[in-house]
Design a protein around this ligand. Structure first.
Ligand SMILES: Nc1nc2c(ncn2[C@@H]2O[C@H](COP(=O)(O)OP(=O)(O)OP(=O)(O)O)[C@@H](O)[C@H]2O)c(=O)[nH]1
Ligand SMILES: [Mg+2]
Length: 562
């Protein structure tokens, strides 16, 4: 295919011709456009010029543009790209030079449509918007259209979440946050682009998609630097919001925080996330002043940062006082020597469902990520009369923002003070193994690796081969297979918890006088009694009891020795 002329023209009047959006899949060729000013490009093949003198939509510097007839053009000789000319009715694919194909995404009808038709379109759009209303946390909200972007870097670990799986999870997060995911894309890079994170070809491709689908938010699966966020928003255009996984998770936490402590923690995490990203908010001051007051935006940023730092300080103080309160409550609970077992695990693994099944609690359990933010503790009464306290905690996720781990560290103190950690795994999930790894990583960040652990393979009812999975669990060490939903395996689970708790207890032999009868019943409830012998001074008990309780028994242990 030969090229006669190539032209640019001012982005004038859309014509009455139907326009087309083009998606150019091979961005390597596409890079050539980026050096041009953001004018629309028109490509014509001389041999067909007379036959097909109509408008088509082609890719411009940062997306798509409408091409009016050639009269309206300025010549640009030797421009390297070409779109093969063809009639608009038949356009399904066009060829750029070097054989790169561009595909028609959809046909767009210009404004010159009959008024009646335009009204019908408007009504259709409104009814489309009606369909986008959804109920979130008891409120009706308009679902924003979101587009997801993932990147696989050369150095990424092979056994970690793949880009596509990570994007699926990001889609779940977006859904939880109340967004409507219209599509996703990913790219392999040796190194992220310092300006835009992804390559410029990909940026242009995404811009085309934004226009084609009316995308309102673009979400990146990895944390973006403040500069990258700024540059991407600039390229995508005014109304498109760009955010990253961290901001999305913070948003979900913000929506879900039900207690004062959770709300404070999330606000703190959000402010700490915002602090380095403030720059963008004030650049408009300089623009508005036509550059006359250069530095004005800069000063404002400083003022703003100072305000934010002060607010962070206030929040920290407030959090401290809320925490003191909870600590007092926990100390009171500690004085009752019932062992504490904490449920930890990946978000959506079934922790709250398990707590509800075992204790009759009514903690929110649903097929959404981060249903639980605040710890809930309930007493589990076993069939043999024994009991322990079970605490449900916030779920973990891969690429958990460090600001959030830090903000929730105090809530997660519950974990570090428990006698046993029950790691709940959704064994029916295709990435169960990777999720286990991600949880262990966070646990090590929380210095909780020294606490005894029991692994629970949950949702065995949903596993592809339940019997095989159960057999495998039997072979494993410290693994129990359950279904928190159907109740399968829960008796076995309680027995193993009991057994594990015994290992965390200390051996005591004590003489309990008859007038301290309540101590004897507590030993039976929270400890493991091996033998009780009644003598004239009281009952001699040989048992495993929690360490804290053993301390309470010290005088009676001495009596036993003497
Ligand atoms: N089929 C099946 N579904 C389960 C089981 N356990 C939990 N689920 C479902 O999994 C979803 C998540 O359960 P939750 O108990 O909310 O999970 P979670 O670990 O508390 O999640 P977060 O609070 O988000 O960390 C819900 O829809 C539950 O009904 C199970 O054993 N089998
Ligand atoms: Mg939960």
């Amino acid at each position: 295919m030969s090229l006669c002329f190539c032209s640019i023209f001012k982005p004038s009047i859309p014509t009455s011709e139907p326009a087309f959006r083009w998606l150019i899949p091979k961005h390597t060729r596409y890079l050539q456009f980026t050096t041009l000013p953001s004018h629309f490009l028109n490509y014509n093949n001389s041999t067909r010029q007379q036959k097909h003198n109509h408008s088509v939509r082609a890719v411009q510097e940062e997306g798509t543009g409408i091409l009016p007839p050639p009269d309206d053009t300025v010549s640009l000789p030797n421009y390297p790209a070409v779109v093969e000319d063809t009639t608009h009715q038949e356009i399904k694919e066009a060829i750029l030079d070097d054989g790169v194909a561009a595909t028609v995404l959809e046909e767009e009808v210009p404004n010159t449509r009959p008024r009646k038709k335009q009204l019908a379109d408007k009504e259709e759009k409104e009814s489309d918007d009606d369909n986008r209303f959804t109920l979130r946390n008891g409120k009706e909200v308009l679902e924003e259209k979101a587009y997801l972007v993932g990147v696989a870097c050369k150095g990424d670990k092979e056994d970690s979440f793949g880009t596509e799986e990570s994007l699926k999870e990001l889609a779940q997060l977006a859904d939880t946050a109340g967004l409507l995911v219209v599509g996703s894309t990913h790219q392999k890079l040796s190194n992220p682009n310092p300006r835009t994170y992804i390559g410029s070809g990909k940026v242009a491709e995404i811009k085309t998609t934004i226009q084609a689908f009316g995308v309102e938010t673009v979400i990146f699966d990895d944390e973006l630097s403040p500069g990258q966020l700024r540059n991407l928003e600039k390229v995508f255009g005014g109304d498109v919001r760009v955010c990253d996984r961290t901001a999305l998770i913070l948003d979900i936490f913000n929506q879900r925080a039900a207690t004062r402590e959770a709300a404070l923690q999330v606000s703190l995490a959000q402010m700490e996330y915002q602090l380095p990203r403030l720059t963008r908010m004030w650049t408009h001051l300089e623009r508005q002043a036509g550059g006359k007051v250069k530095g004005m935006g800069e000063k404002q940023i400083e003022v703003d940062k100072r305000i934010l730092r002060t607010q962070i300080g206030v929040l920290k103080k407030e959090l401290e006082s809320v925490r003191k309160h909870r600590k007092q409550y926990r100390t009171r609970r500690i004085s009752v020597p019932v062992p504490v077992v904490s449920l930890v695990g990946y978000t959506n693994a079934g922790k709250s469902t398990l707590l509800n099944q075992l204790t009759g609690a009514n903690v929110l359990a649903e097929n959404r990520l981060f249903a639980t933010l605040d710890p809930t503790t309930r007493r589990v009464q076993m069939k043999n009369g024994k009991e322990f306290l079970l605490t449900d905690t916030v779920g973990f996720i891969q690429k958990l923002p460090t600001t959030l781990v830090a903000a929730f560290r105090a809530t997660l103190e519950e974990i570090s003070e428990s006698s046993l950690l029950v790691h709940v795994v959704d064994i029916s999930h295709p990435l169960a193994e990777q999720q286990i790894e991600a949880v262990e990583k966070v646990l090590s960040e929380l210095d909780a690796t020294s606490i005894p652990k029991l692994m629970v393979w949950n949702k065995v009812d949903k596993a592809e081969h339940p019997e095989k999975t159960k057999l495998e669990a039997k072979r494993g060490e410290d693994v129990v297979c359950i279904s928190a939903l159907t109740g399968e395996g829960l008796d076995d689970f309680c027995n193993v918890v009991q057994e594990k708790l015994k290992n965390t207890m200390v051996w005591v032999e004590a003489l309990i006088p008859f007038d301290k009868g309540e101590l004897l019943s507590t030993i039976h409830r929270v400890g493991m009694v091996e033998k009780t012998e009644y003598i004239d001074k009281g009952a001699v008990v040989k048992a495993h009891v929690p360490l804290r309780f053993a301390r309470l028994l010290t005088p009676m242990r001495q009596m036993c020795v003497s």
